[in-house]
Design a protein around this ligand. Structure first.
Ligand code: ADP
Ligand code: MG
Length: 394
């Protein structure tokens, strides 16, 4: 039999029997295109930049690679050492990665989340028995500095949403983390977007980085997502403008069909009020933002993963990386601060080839113009709608 990309299965790749069985049990049979292109190289220990659109399965690439490291090494069970560190820019993504690994790991393999907003003492205990440490840069750096987390046994370092981790906000922490790492570790970077200047910057950390970029430069956004926008009249008072958008949103929602919906806004204080008003319409709705206590953030995401809530009102805290398989509608109450984030926001719908809709509400003037420049930059095809010609389209 000649194997074409179409019919390759995970069992055709050089993955251990154990991992193959658990992949199968978790329902993963055929590798996605990015998995097929990168897994063989990652398993050979090559440093990689893995770039592919959102929802294409990048998490499994580094998770499988990590499990192969851990599960194929014979070790004294009384001397468990940490072999893999995975970094993510938000606590939510770190927690999600751990959930993914848990679905395919062996019982003897230990994985744990290390994030801010939790007790350091607990982390110290977990690290006594942890093969794979997944966390945010601040907490991981702290654990390395305190020597709770031993660096000399690390074989693999993963940066998910690498372009965010390599930009200014995290630079000091990332530099510091790399300085603790042994020189012979493997590095994997994953992201959907990857600006050129960051590619150059990341070469500083990597031995011989191989870039696998499965991105169509003609249209970096997902084909399965229909993008719409609606324009409201301009008003100089921000609070007035927001109120207009909210009342529009409340009128529109009952006309939209969705399984789960994510509503983004830059204004986190106002968003929590929006959540309450949507609830009053009868939707199970939850809200999250970085200013909430960690247990509330965790609960909000859990309610979405478990489909207990139908709508998530949020900030760009969750515009990247979050994988909610029921989300088929994304609404933006405003435009994000940078253009890439627009692609990440709409990428919350249409996971793994599913179809979805994205609706952006903009005001006349600057906001409208800014949306147009996003549209031009990425050669998108946005359809304008208004309350009159309504949502026969949606
Ligand atoms: P990315 O990080 O590239 O945005 P994720 O790793 O979050 O994407 O994966 C998106 C979704 O695709 C997840 O729900 C995941 O379970 C699913 N998925 C990944 N790989 C496969 C596969 N080979 N077969 C079926 N589903 C997959
Ligand atoms: Mg991801």
């Amino acid at each position: 039999d000649i194997k074409t990309d179409e019919n390759v299965q995970f069992s055709d790749l050089a993955i251990s029997e154990l991992t193959q069985q658990s992949l199968q049990k978790a329902g993963f049979v055929k590798p996605s295109p990015i998995q097929l292109q990168t897994l063989p190289l990652a398993l050979l220990g090559i440093d990689l930049l893995i770039q592919a659109k959102s929802g294409t399965g990048k998490t499994l690439v580094f998770s499988i690679t990590a499990l192969e490291f851990v599960q194929t090494i014979d070790e004294d069970p009384s001397m468990i050492t940490t072999k893999v560190i995975m970094l993510a820019p938000t606590r939510e993504i770190a927690q999600q990665i751990v959930q993914v690994i848990k679905t395919i790991k062996q019982p003897e393999c230990f994985v744990h989340t290390f994030i801010g907003g939790t007790a350091l003492k607990d982390d110290q205990n977990h690290l006594k028995k942890c093969h794979i440490a997944v966390g945010t840069p601040g907490r991981i750096e702290e654990l390395l500095r305190l020597k709770y987390l031993r660096a000399d046994t690390i074989r693999l370092l993963v940066l998910d949403e690498a372009d965010v981790l390599l930009c200014k906000e995290f630079q000091d922490q990332i530099n510091s983390i790399f300085s603790y790492m042994p020189s012979n570790k493997q590095v994997l970077l994953a992201s959907a977007t990857y600006p050129e200047q960051i590619v150059r910057f990341s070469e500083r950390y990597m031995r011989d980085m191989t870039c696998i970029r499965l991105v169509d430069s003609e249209s970096p956004s997902l084909v399965g997502i229909q993008q719409f926008f609606i324009v409201i009249p301009y008003h100089p008072l921000e609070s007035h403008l927001f109120e207009q958008k909210v009342s529009l949103l409340l009128r529109l929602l009952p006309q939209l069909k969705f399984r789960q919906c994510v509503i983004f806004s830059n204004l986190r204080m106002r968003s929590s009020a929006v959540c309450e008003r949507i609830k009053a319409l009868g939707y199970e709705t939850t809200f999250t933002s970085s200013s909430l206590a960690q247990n509330r953030r965790t609960k909000a995401m859990r309610d979405m993963y478990k489909h207990k809530c139908q709508i998530l009102v949020t900030t760009d805290l969750t515009s990247r990386g979050i994988d909610l398989d029921y989300v088929d509608f994304v609404i933006s109450m405003d435009l994000p601060n940078d253009h890439e984030t627009y692609l990440h926001r709409i990428g919350r719908a249409g996971r793994f080839g599913a179809f979805g809709c994205a609706l952006t509400i903009v005001s006349h003037g600057d906001e409208r113009k800014q949306l147009e420049s996003i549209e031009n930059e990425y050669k998108l095809n946005l359809i304008e709608i208004d309350e009159g010609n309504r949502f026969q389209l949606l």
